[in-house]
Design a protein around this ligand. Structure first.
Ligand SMILES: *Cc1c(COP(=O)(O)O)cnc(C)c1O
Length: 458
């Protein structure tokens, strides 16, 4: 069919394995370092936080060193509730842009919580259940990750406790109620439930909170409560592993469309939905000589790849985690309050950073107003209201399609639509009212934040 719009897979065609890109790296990822000893951390150091299957997936060791990791049956059964997700050809957007480019998007907003995040929340809950965990603790900013943990924990009979950044807790009551509907317990962070939270509350009883504080609370809860483990929504290698189901499906769907993308695009906060869509195409570059351009799109307010430094830094703002080599703006740097809350992170997935450093992946930074302009153009052509995070990928896809129009080339563009924006309408309201600022990152602040970091000789 020449005018086909949806490229769907049967459940029987769903990929049965995740892709472990670490197996195809010529050199391993830089080690994760204990800031106290300066030595690489081992599996036992992570055991208080994660079950052993997750730790081994993180390090790509034992049975998890393989190129493909079978998706457990119990996880597959839950994936079936919304997977395979559709691949769409954005014909109406192409027409509006008057471009010879073919634009495809993978729609991860089709999941029950509205984003790609349950792709990893479900296996994390599964491996925890198998290891005897009774309860998960986690943090959430805008609420996408907390909703995903709440959803996944319920299926495996685990309790879930979510520390939600206070300002989001106040501003996004429906996300909070959604988590309650799935059966989780939510508190505003900083909370009275942890020593870290009480310390911040003593300083300011109306503290707005931050993701860094919420991470500290969730980790303290984990190590001080029996049978409790911690769950994380991005950045880590095991999270990107689980997200590769996105790109593996997209490969099969592009085959049905009888095309192979010239360009694959994803927005990048911690790098998990980007990794999910691009890693199977990275395999094509590393193993099969493909020349696909792979583009990470970040906000100008938090441009870790395009403006950051490739160095060892802490994962959290409170500087309590091990040191990880990544492109970073400095863990002490707090990004401006853009509406794409999921992209306000100082660092980036070590896997994405290595690929960027080696020139396999490229990156662009885009500002908030042009991003919302792209979101509105997409809404009015394709009908789906995108999450502000996902709209970063749309902006870059439109820009590439306009370049193709200028050069008269028929480029095939694929992007990941990581989620819908139904809980983000306050951002749209501000955009329509002309109230949005286009933040540029303050270079001096960042360089100060980098200068204060511990030195690592790894
Ligand atoms: C959390 C989130 C992101 C950012 O996280 P990544 O790990 O970079 O994918 C992007 N889009 C949506 C819809 C999200 O919920």
């Amino acid at each position: 069919m020449s005018d086909q719009v949806k490229y769907l897979l049967e459940e029987s065609e769903m990929p049965t394995a995740w892709y472990n890109v670490q197996a195809d790296f010529a050199t391993p990822l830089p080690p994760v370092i204990n800031p106290g000893t300066g030595q690489p951390i081992g599996p036992q150091d992570m055991a208080p936080l994660f079950p052993m299957d997750i730790i081994m997936q993180e390090a790509s060791v034992g049975p998890y060193a393989a190129q493909y990791i079978d998706i457990p049956e119990e996880v597959f059964e839950i994936y079936r509730l919304w997977r395979p997700t559709p691949l769409m050809r954005a014909r109406r957007l192409e027409k509006a842009l008057d471009t010879p480019a073919h634009i495809y998007y993978k729609y991860e907003g089709a999941s029950p919580v509205g984003s790609h995040k349950p792709n990893t929340a479900v296996p994390q809950a599964y491996y925890n259940k198998r290891a005897g965990t009774k309860r998960l603790a986690t943090e959430t900013g805008a609420g996408q990750w907390g909703s995903s943990v709440a959803f996944a924990a319920g299926y495996f009979g685990l309790e879930a406790k979510v520390y939600m950044v206070n300002i989001s807790y106040q501003q996004k009551p429906y996300r909070r109620m959604m988590m309650e509907a799935y059966g989780a317990t939510i508190v505003a962070s900083p909370s009275k439930d942890t020593a870290a939270g009480r310390k911040f509350l003593a300083e300011n009883p109306n503290h707005p909170g931050s993701l860094g504080i919420a991470i500290s609370e969730a980790m303290e809860d984990t190590v001080t409560t029996p049978d409790t483990k911690y769950s994380i929504g991005s950045v880590f290698n095991h999270v990107l592993l689980h997200q590769t189901i996105i790109g593996e499906e997209a490969l099969k769907q592009m085959e049905k469309a009888d095309e192979y993308p010239d360009i694959v695009i994803g927005c990048a906060g911690g790098g998990s939905n980007l990794g999910g869509i691009i890693l199977p195409f990275v395999r094509g570059k590393l193993k099969d000589g493909k020349t696909t351009r792979l583009i990470a799109v970040e906000p100008t307010a938090a441009p870790s790849l395009t403006k950051g430094v490739y160095t060892y830094d802490f994962g959290d703002t409170a500087q309590t985690t091990p040191l990880v080599k990544m492109y970073t703006l400095g863990s002490a740097f707090i990004p401006a309050p853009i509406h794409a809350g999921g992209l306000r992170y100082h660092g980036m997935s070590p896997i994405i950073c290595k690929l960027y450093d080696e020139g396999v992946v490229e990156a662009v930074a885009v500002a908030q107003n042009p991003v919302f302009a792209a979101a509105v153009q997409f809404t009015r052509t394709e009908g789906i209201i995108p999450a502000p995070e996902s709209a970063h990928a749309i902006r870059a896809a439109i820009d590439e399609a306009l370049k193709a129009k200028e050069s008269g080339e028929k480029k095939v563009i694929l992007f990941n639509l990581s989620g819908h924006g139904h809980f983000d309408m306050a951002g749209y309201r501000s955009y329509f009212a002309g109230e949005l600022e286009d933040y540029e990152y303050p270079a001096e602040e960042v360089h100060k934040a980098i200068a204060g970091l511990p030195k690592v000789n790894a």
